[in-house]
Design a protein around this ligand. Structure first.
Ligand SMILES: [Zn+2]
Length: 455
């Protein structure tokens, strides 16, 4: 194991949540459609003679993501046809981008080192195949509601060196995309799909992120295995771990793993062959003659640039500095820019009212209900918080009288607590407050009750 180093490059697809599809006016809402094939037209069904028109907003959003990832933008760009034959692709080709993606050369920081973004490009999704048995006959059904939904692809350099880093990268990318509010990235439904290209090399470099030891393309292994269509971060991690073991055994036996596409079976916990890998030449890429090339206007690009919000790392750092709140907690509170702005307002109102923001954040994180990010709920939360932190004056001695009374009439709860059912503490706290007819700080009361329970 120590003799090998894993090298991973990732490709992530996410469906943009524009109102209409990528090249036609059909509604883009495949997950909520009442039935199959209701959002279709000659363009997204690939009927002869139908002409595509590119969705401007989808292009803007792709560039917005590229800028948020620190990418450069190709001022001159175009769409290309990528040919392959599969029933979910009615035209026989997918409109994608080949040599001139909208964005290139960006970066995402992970705790295990930076990951270079090779490119971010825009393409169209395919229809969805459904394999079923009808009247005892096995059939494949096809739903074109998803056909030609705008799809972004984010490709990294082969600069990921562990399953943990792959997982962190993918999570961070998803967080950024959701924060920009351009995709829901619903992984369960297939709105975001992960792929990892995995290979092993005999390890020469001790620390792959060591700047003194730059990696070169020559050092890449002469094969790679593509692990495709992964729909959870955990499966990604497990799939990569399985591949490392599998490839190592092949290499140890003096052979080279096949260049192929594999899937991950989550029940068996292992990967399996799907098909041998095509290379770019098999796709016969060429510029789509129905879509004119695009030259971006600098003013238009500047507009997009100015619409890129303050980035996540900067938001977290600012809150840590201004409000002393841990980013591990604030991370749990929001997903989109709108929600981040809402929290900014909440914190500034709380500061004005001289409330303890660390406590407020803790309380928000512990709430089981999902926050509604509107003005009413902002003031509701502040009021509730004010009430919850106002406590009545009461001495420990007075409290102990109430505690002992509650403990003596709730022997069963006490026994349960001692046997490990610690949740029962909340019940006891409530009973003591009722008995004392006072509002008492939760943590203080918890400590006092614990002390009063005989060992
Ligand atoms: Zn259509």
């Amino acid at each position: 194991m120590n003799d090998y180093q894993v090298i991973i490059g990732m490709e992530v697809h996410a469906e943009l949540k524009t109102n209409s599809k990528m090249f036609c006016g059909c509604k883009n809402d495949p997950f909520h459609a009442e039935k199959p094939n209701i959002y279709t037209c000659p363009v997204c069904l690939g009927l002869p003679g139908a002409l595509p028109v590119a969705n401007k907003r989808a292009i803007e959003w792709t560039i917005k993501l590229g800028l948020a990832l620190g990418c450069k933008i190709n001022i001159f760009s175009k769409f290309d046809r990528k040919h392959y034959f599969y029933p979910d692709l009615p035209k026989g080709y997918q409109i994608s981008q080949y040599d001139l993606p909208f964005c290139y050369d960006g970066k995402i920081e992970t705790s295990l080192g930076p990951v270079g973004i090779t490119r971010v490009h825009l393409e169209e999704d395919t229809g969805k195949l459904q394999h079923e048995t009808i009247n005892g006959k096995k059939v494949s059904l096809i739903d074109f509601n998803r056909s030609s939904v705008p799809l972004i692809e984010i490709v990294t350099e082969p600069e990921i060196y562990s399953s943990a880093q792959a997982k962190e990268y993918a999570k961070k990318l998803r967080q950024i995309i959701r924060y920009l509010d351009i995709s829901d990235c619903d992984m369960e439904k297939g709105g975001m799909r992960l792929e990892a290209n995995i290979s092993l090399r005999k390890s020469k470099i001790q620390n792959p992120n060591d700047k003194q030891n730059p990696k070169s393309k020559e050092e890449l292994p002469n094969y790679k295995v593509e692990l495709k269509n992964i729909n959870s971060f955990r499966f990604l991690e497990r799939g990569i771990e399985y591949e490392i073991k599998r490839q190592m055994e092949i290499l140890e036996a003096g052979k080279v793993p096949d260049q192929e596409t594999r899937g991950f079976n989550s029940e068996k916990g292992r990967t399996y062959t799907q098909r041998s890998k095509e290379n770019a030449a098999d796709y016969r890429y060429f510029p789509d003659p129905d879509l004119p090339p695009i030259r971006f206007d600098n003013k238009w690009l500047d507009n997009i640039r100015s619409s890129v919000p303050e980035l996540l790392d900067s938001v977290f750092a600012r809150w840590e500095k201004d409000h002393k709140v841990d980013r591990k907690l604030t991370k749990l509170l929001f997903e989109t820019t709108t929600e981040a702005k809402w929290l900014d307002n909440l914190f500034s109102e709380a500061t004005k009212a001289k409330l303890d923001i660390v406590k407020l954040v803790n309380q928000l994180v512990n709430r089981k209900i999902k926050t509604v990010f509107d003005k009413d709920s902002l003031y509701q939360i502040l009021n509730d918080f004010k009430k919850s932190v106002t406590v009545d004056e009461i001495t420990d001695e007075e409290l102990k009288v109430s505690i002992n009374k509650v403990l003596s009439v709730n022997q069963k709860a006490v026994t349960d607590f001692k046997s490990g059912k610690t949740n029962i503490m909340n019940f006891l706290i409530g009973m003591v407050m009722r008995e004392a007819k006072k509002k008492i700080e939760f943590q203080r009361l918890k400590v006092l009750i614990e002390k009063s329970i005989p060992k």
